[in-house]
Design a protein around this ligand. Structure first.
Ligand code: ATP
Ligand code: MG
Length: 511
């Protein structure tokens, strides 16, 4: 009995010790919760009073898991942009500071997924696996962190790769009226990155659900979802969500770039983005400027596109290539948003509705399109063909108008026109039919050397197919030379032209 008592005392003592140790370890920390009250709600925005310490762009938590971003920070009121549906809110509901800015999950787990700009899965494949969270607004790499663009990004579209080349780390604008094939060019470029070790991000902003579904279906069909992340907001999403979409998508891309990967990002399209921002600004009573856009509309796009770059090897050597898309109205490329973007980017690809109507697809207006840095990155073999091609095509376009009047043409003019017609025919390309570098070089070299001039116009398609086949049969050392910065040498040129002549012999017009 005594023994039991002794044991009992020990037990009590040890329990006591433990409690006092725990009490010593325990520390009180008062966590201040700063809350305010919603005073006004409208579609997409809310005004909150009673949050004096809130910072610019700080995340504000509303009831029901709804978040907003502090956009107008005034002395006694905060204008917040809502990232969800406003009907959860009413005047008088509570709003709380979070002390952090908007961020998004990033990592390899996002590849092949379709997500919203807050990182929520939209493809029904369960939660997104991620490595870390990155703020959606990040500072662009500084001047000393950047390298010039030096490696080409092949789009697989002959007209672009030869005449308007894009380099890794470049920003190339795609602009044109509605339904002129803007999305198709971007999607073709993504499809062509198969096996090129490039991660692609397709960022859809405020589009019709059916259009986005179509793009995702094409990407899946062509196996491009294996290396692509799709970030989506639809037209009926709140404007705040549409506004943050490209920034969130860029943070996802930057994660891969910082790991030394080459990344291609498509913003489809920034017209909707600008409109969403205009809507928010007008609701927040910011003063409207030209075309009712707010004063900082240039800045919202420049700070987005400045994040595209080619990093130094010490920083991993990754790159972020941006293809922003802009929709023009009635071919007016000098409207406010298109001119802003033309001045921010390193070149533009202009799609003409006239060419689209004529069936010249992709409807690229070569005269109005430029690439300001890509030429230096282009493979050398293209440089042997691009100059002559551009000149011959420009001459043809000038003379073509005369030919329409039925004027009598001299032999030389007739030749230039016939040659030009074949160039136009060869630059036509179906959707989802990317051409490899050797295929493009063989076709273009045969074209500028006049090998196709004797082939009737309606057989050009078939002749092109034969040339592409011939490209695959070229000797290994010639094929290798295509992927270097040196121009074609005499031997390579002769080998290509020899193979081309042989492939074309069956198409020649009978005398
Ligand atoms: P929107 O203004 O609606 O976004 P868009 O300019 O992005 O349109 P797309 O959707 O890419 O245009 O293309 C419009 C139509 O043209 C589509 O039906 C597409 O299939 C067709 N198209 C585009 N490029 C080609 C091509 N190279 N060959 C054949 N068809 C094409
Ligand atoms: Mg489109």
């Amino acid at each position: 009995m005594k023994q039991y008592h002794e044991g009992f005392d020990d037990l009590i003592k040890s329990a006591f010790d433990e409690i006092s140790a725990a009490r010593e370890r325990f520390s009180y920390a008062l966590v201040p919760r700063e809350t305010g009250v919603v005073t006004w709600v409208s579609s997409g925005i809310a005004r909150v009073s009673g949050l004096p310490g809130v910072g610019f762009e700080e995340l504000i938590k509303f009831r029901g898991g709804l978040y907003g971003i502090a956009f107008n920070v005034d002395e006694d009121e905060v204008g917040a942009v809502l990232l969800g549906n406003h009907w959860l809110l009413e005047a008088g509901s509570e709003a709380e500071r979070t002390g952090r800015v908007m961020d998004i999950p990033v990592g390899d787990g996002l590849i092949g997924r379709v997500v919203s700009p807050i990182g929520a899965p939209l493809d029904g494949k369960g939660p997104v696996v991620f490595e870390r969270r990155l703020p959606i607004e990040r500072e662009a790499p500084g001047i000393t962190d950047r390298l010039p663009v030096s490696v080409p990004l092949q789009t697989g579209i002959k007209a672009i790769d030869a005449l308007i080349p894009i380099g890794r780390g470049q920003r190339e604008l795609i602009l044109g009226d509605r339904q002129t094939g803007k999305t198709s060019i971007a999607v073709d470029s993504i499809i062509n990155q198969r096996g090129q070790n490039v991660i692609c991000i397709y960022c859809a902003i405020g589009q019709r659900t059916s259009s986005v579904a179509k793009v995702i279906a094409h990407l899946k069909e062509k196996g491009a979802m294996d290396y692509t992340v799709v970030v989506v907001t639809e037209g009926n999403d709140p404007p705040g969500l549409q506004y943050i979409t490209p920034y969130a998508a860029t943070s996802i891309a930057e994660h891969f770039m910082q790991k030394g990967r080459d990344v291609l990002i498509v913003y489809d399209d920034l017209t909707h983005h600008a409109r969403a921002y205009r809507e928010l600004s007008l609701l927040l009573r910011r003063p409207p400027g030209r075309e009712a856009f707010p004063g900082d509309i240039f800045y919202i796009h420049s700070r987005l596109l400045e994040r595209a770059t080619h990093l130094r090897p010490e920083l991993g050597g990754g790159s972020l290539t941006a293809l922003p898309i802009i929709e023009t109205e009635a071919q007016n490329i000098s409207a406010y948003i298109p001119t802003n973007l033309i001045s921010i980017t390193d070149g533009q690809i202009y799609l003409s509705p006239k060419l689209f109507e004529l069936g010249v697809l992709p409807a690229i207006d070569i005269g109005k399109s430029v690439s300001r840095v890509g030429g230096k990155a282009q493979w050398g073999a293209y440089r042997s063909v691009a100059g002559d091609l551009k000149l011959a095509y420009a001459q043809f376009e000038e003379l073509e108008t005369f030919a329409r009047f039925g004027a009598r043409l001299d032999e030389n003019t007739r030749k230039i026109i016939e040659h030009g017609r074949r160039i136009r025919e060869c630059l036509k390309q179906q959707e989802f039919d990317p051409a490899s570098v050797p295929e493009q070089i063989v076709v273009l070299l045969a074209l500028i050397n006049g090998c196709l001039d004797k082939v009737p116009i309606d057989s050009i398609r078939e002749a092109e197919r034969a040339l592409k086949k011939a490209a695959a049969g070229l000797p290994e050392h010639v094929l290798k030379r295509f992927f270097s910065q040196s121009k074609l040498d005499g031997e390579g040129r002769d080998a290509i032209l020899g193979a081309a002549e042989k492939a074309l012999s069956q198409f020649r017009r009978k005398p």
